[in-house]
Design a protein around this ligand. Sequence first.
Ligand SMILES: Cc1cc2nc3c(=O)[nH]c(=O)nc-3n(C[C@H](O)[C@H](O)[C@H](O)COP(=O)(O)OP(=O)(O)OC[C@H]3O[C@@H](n4cnc5c(N)ncnc54)[C@H](O)[C@@H]3O)c2cc1C
Length: 517
Amino acid sequence: MTSVLIVGAGPTGLTLACELAGRGTAVRIIEKSPEFHVGSRGKTLNPRSLEVFEGMGILDRILGIGRTDLFLRKYRGGEIIADTDPFTAVEQAPGTPYVRGLFVAQGNVEQVLRDRLAAWGVSVELGTELTGFEQSDGGVTATTAAGKRIEASYLVACDGGRSGIRKALPVTFEGTTLQTRTMVIGDVEADGLSRDFWHQWIDEDGAIMLCPLPGTNLFQLQATPERNAAGEPVEASLESFQWLFDRHARMPGVRLANPAWISTYRVNERMADRYRVGRVLLAGDAAHVHSIAGGLGMNTGIQDAYNLGWKLALVAAGQAGDGLLDTYEEERLPTAAWTIDTTGERWREVQRTIKEAGSGTEGVITSDVLGLGLGYRWSSLAVERDGRDGCDGRGGRGDDSRVRAGDRAPDAPLRDADGAPVRLFEVFAGTHFTLIGFGADSAEALRESEDKHGGTVLACLIGAGPGGLEDHEGHAAREYGVTGDALVLVRPDGHIALTALAGDTEAVHEYLSALAR
Ligand SMILES: Cc1cc2nc3c(=O)[nH]c(=O)nc-3n(C[C@H](O)[C@H](O)[C@H](O)COP(=O)(O)OP(=O)(O)OC[C@H]3O[C@@H](n4cnc5c(N)ncnc54)[C@H](O)[C@@H]3O)c2cc1C
């Protein structure tokens, strides 16, 4: 029998499918569309998503397609007024190896995820639309448009902002939809236009932006719509794109051609009030939609899936109690609320400032949209047994620069016994918990924990002489705020589960045993 049925093969569904398949969970993923989506839509992965993809083993492939070095080129009245680097909000540091977003079309991200999934022997079942479902204590029975029944232990709705599953549950989707059509959008060729810049022509009476999509010969075009004599927006088309381009860019040599996708965009700010109803869970746009300012849609869906994947795999395998699934909503719903607020503020700010000379979209890329400060300090899965106190309850580092349980676990450069460089993120990569032991006093706890929870926990001894990794520049101790010997348990999704005293094997055992209940 299928353990998990995923509905929808966008970035959220595909990430979740990879996370489950990689752990040996029997997973199926169905997609109503008869073919894969061609439009770019999301075009940037934030640094936290890059870390997620490193953990999943697909980062090199993604980096090979995308670009981190695109500058914004702003024009006014057809003249270049500024070239701006959008990713200067955070400086690279040992704990944060990726501080620049990666420009890469959502379609390319989905292709890489599908290839990863295929390596696990799972493929997307195209042309398979879920039309109904029923759940009982024992599982979920889904029905497809072709009248087929699929039995599964859990159903995950990754079916996008218009989620039929969310409506059928029913789960409310509170928020607002702007009734005016705010943007036309599409993927087009634009011969003669440099592919080293995200071009932004911003005038008093409208704007058009063309961003090269790495790995393709296309640009993503976003513009305020052309309006007819009555002031009504004109239907998006190649002709209307060219008209807008000629009006704002004033580059007669550049012709737009071969649109691969044409659409319109309006801002929705809504979120589900529950992420779980029994055996049915919501993720990605099915659970929250918000403005594109800050580029967090695809990223938030990927990060939802990364949070849910390991939990669902453990529960489906009977290695964790069903209650672990409640922590998905506990952790990710507040993150969605924050995302809606922050992207909404940025959207309104850009709408206001974009009319001023010299202002553009760079204002939306601030340190918090990079995703590196998001954590779950409030979570019931965040446990501190080493006397750390003063939690600010905001789920991020806040004023307290020391990492705490629930925070994203930082990277650090180390050296192995042969002196070869090893990064902590390389140790984390995979499906396991990582128990970091700082100092010789933690060695015994590491041994015992691996004995008791082998297969679940990978032990990583730091700074204890031969047999451990060397923290040669002290970055690991600094990043983790450790001054003596200590234990830090890191979850499979790269968040800190537990901080404990070096000899406290029992704390680790209790933590992992509690998951099983
Ligand atoms: C113009 C635009 C620009 C954007 N820019 C960015 C950006 O820069 N960065 C960013 O991070 N995000 C961006 N986004 C947002 C991003 O595209 C979405 O947040 C993302 O696609 C959500 O992924 P998802 O997998 O949750 O849902 P979707 O990608 O919507 O996938 C849902 C899938 O479910 C399928 N489905 C629906 N119902 C059923 C059913 N009953 N049975 C089977 N299958 C079903 C659909 O066909 C679809 O393939 C942008 C979006 C738009 C429109």
